[in-house]
Design a protein around this ligand. Structure first.
Ligand code: BGC
Length: 441
C-alpha cells in the first residue's frame, strides 16, 4: 500500500539559483594566470581550452533568459579580477560596465544576483607580485573589493568574497595541479592564511562602501569519514583532514583566530572575527580516510579511498572528487554549519553526469535533505545548483558535464537535459512536488 505524499514546501522568498564562475562561463582572460596555465601542453585534459566558455562575455543574457524561463529567481556569478584590473592599478572601465550590464540584466528579469569576487583565478600581475603567498595579498584584494563595491554595489546585496579557499589551496598551493602551481605544505599554509585575511579585508570593504551588504565565503565541505571506524589511525586521519580542510576555515571566519597548523591561534584578528553574515556551503560528496603504511599516500600517512561500492557515482575523471553520491551528507553539513548561528546559502551542489542518468534524482534527494534540515530549524535561505549550462571544468576541460543544460562548446548549441525540467518544477513551486518524491527518476 502506498502512502500519499505531500509537497515539501520551502520558506517564502527562498532563492532558487544556479552557480557559475567567470573563467568557466566567460573563458579565461589573457591577463589571468589561468590563461597562461591553459597554454601549457598537457595542462588540461584532452588538450581542451576554455575558449569563450559559455560565451557569457558576449551573451550571458541568453542564459539568463533560459534560467528565467526555468523559473530560477537567483544567479550566482563572479567578476574576474584580471578583466577589471589587467595591470596593477589600471582599471578597465569597459569591463566594469559589462558586469553592470549583466547584473542589470538579472535584476530586469527579477533574479537576485550573488556575486563572487574570487573564484580560483588571479591576475598575472598579482601572481608576479607573489600572489597569495605575499603578505601584501590581503591589501591588494581589499583594493579590488573597494572598486567592485563602488562600481557594482548598488546592484548587489549578496557577496561571496572567496570561493572554496581550501580547494584553491589544495590544488594551487599544495598539489600544484592548478595555477599558480605551487607544491608543498608550507605554501599551502601561507596561502590559506592569506586567503582568509584577504576575505576579511574584502568583507570590511564591501560593508563599508555598501552598508547592508551580506557577505560570506563559499566553503567546500567535504566529509572525511574513517574507512574503518574501528581503527584509531583511520579515525585520527579523518579528524585531522576534516580540521585542516573544513573545520579550520570555518573557525577562522567566525572566531578570527588563525589556529594551528595555519598559525599559532594566539590572537584574534579583529577583522576576521565574525567576518561573515552568512555561511556559504558548496556540497558535493564524501571520501574515506585510511591509514596506510608504505606505498602511495594522499596526505602524510593517509590515503583517500573510494567508498561504498554500491553507491551511485559521478562520471569518472573528476580530479578533485571520488564521486560518491551521498545526499545525507547535505543534511550532515547543514546541521554542522547551523552551529555558527548564521543564515546558510547552499552556494553550490551538483554532479558530473553527462548522460543525465542521475542528476534529476540527485537534485531531489539532496533537496529532501535540505528540507529536512529546514524543518528542524536550520536557517537555509537559498540553493544554487552547480551549474546551469555545461561549462569549462578547470583541468578536466570539457570532459566533465555539470550542466542542467547540455552545451556543445564548438557550436554553443544548448539543449536542456531532462533534469532541467525537474529543477524547474521545484523552482516554480518553491517546493518539491509530491510526484517527484514518489517517482523513481
Ligand atoms: C567549484 C567549481 C567547480 C565545481 C565542480 C567546485 O569545487 O567551485 O568551480 O566547477 O566544484 O567541480
Amino acid at each position: 500500500m502506498s502512502v500519499a505524499m505531500a509537497d515539501l514546501r520551502f520558506p517564502p522568498g527562498f532563492l532558487w539559483g544556479a552557480a557559475t564562475a567567470p573563467v568557466q562561463n566567460e573563458g579565461s582572460y589573457r591577463e589571468s594566470a589561468w590563461w597562461t596555465w591553459e597554454q601549457r601542453p598537457g595542462a588540461i585534459s584532452h588538450g581542451d581550452r576554455s575558449g569563450v566558455g559559455c560565451d557569457w562575455w558576449a551573451n550571458a543574457e541568453a542564459d539568463f533568459d533560459l534560467a528565467h524561463r526555468l523559473g530560477l529567481n537567483a544567479m550566482r556569478l563572479g567578476v574576474e579580477w584580471s578583466r577589471i584590473e589587467p595591470d596593477e592599478g589600471r582599471i578597465d572601465d569597459a569591463a566594469l560596465q559589462r558586469y553592470r550590464q549583466m547584473l542589470q540584466g538579472l535584476r530586469a528579469r527579477g533574479m537576485e544576483p550573488m556575486v563572487t569576487l574570487h573564484h580560483f583565478s588571479d591576475p598575472l600581475w598579482f601572481v608576479r607580485r607573489g600572489g597569495w603567498l605575499s603578505h601584501q595579498a590581503p591589501a591588494f584584494f581589499r583594493r579590488f573589493a573597494d572598486l567592485v563595491a563602488d562600481a557594482l554595489g548598488d546592484l548587489v546585496a549578496l557577496w561571496v568574497t572567496v570561493n572554496e579557499p581550501m580547494v584553491y589551496v589544495r590544488d594551487g598551493f599544495l598539489e600544484g595541479r592548478r595555477p599558480p602551481g605551487h607544491r608543498g605544505l608550507l605554501s599551502a599554509l601561507v596561502a590559506a592564511r592569506n586567503l582568509l585575511l584577504g576575505h576579511a579585508e574584502a568583507a570590511r570593504a564591501l560593508r563599508r562602501r555598501r552598508p547592508g551588504a551580506h557577505v560570506g565565503i563559499a566553503n567546500h565541505l567535504l566529509h572525511f569519514d574513517p574507512h574503518d571506524p574501528r581503527r584509531s589511525g583511520d579515525r585520527l586521519g579523518a579528524r585531522l583532514l576534516d580540521w585542516m580542510f573544513n573545520g579550520w576555515p570555518l573557525a577562522a571566519q567566525t572566531s578570527g583566530k588563525i589556529k594551528p597548523p595555519y598559525g599559532l591561534g594566539l590572537r584574534t584578528h579583529t577583522l576576521l572575527a565574525n567576518s561573515v553574515d552568512f555561511i556559504g556551503l558548496n556540497y558535493y560528496s564524501r571520501v574515506r580516510v585510511r591509514l596506510t603504511t608504505g606505498g602511495h599516500t594522499d596526505f602524510l600517512v593517509w590515503t583517500l579511498v573510494p567508498l561504498d561500492p554500491s553507491a551511485a557515482r559521478f562520471d569518472p575523471g573528476a580530479e578533485g572528487f571520488m564521486g560518491e553520491v551521498y545526499p545525507e551528507g547535505m543534511y550532515r553539513a547543514l546541521r554542522r554549519l547551523a552551529a555558527f548561528g548564521k543564515p546558510i546559502y547552499i552556494t553550490e551542489n551538483g554532479i558530473a553526469d553527462r548522460a543525465d542518468r542521475l542528476r534529476g534524482r540527485f537534485i531531489v534527494d539532496h533537496l529532501v535533505q535540505v528540507h529536512r534540515a529546514i524543518a528542524e530549524g536550520v536557517d537555509v535561505r537559498g540553493y544554487f545548483h552547480w551549474t546551469l549550462v555545461d561549462n569549462f571544468e578547470w583541468t578536466d576541460g570539457w570532459q566533465l558535464r555539470f550542466g542542467l543544460v547540455e552545451m556543445d562548446p564548438a557550436t554553443q548549441a544548448r539543449r536542456p537535459r531532462p533534469s532541467a525540467a525537474i529543477y524547474a518544477a521545484i523552482c516554480r513551486a518553491n517546493a518539491i512536488p509530491a510526484d517527484l518524491l514518489a517517482e523513481p527518476r
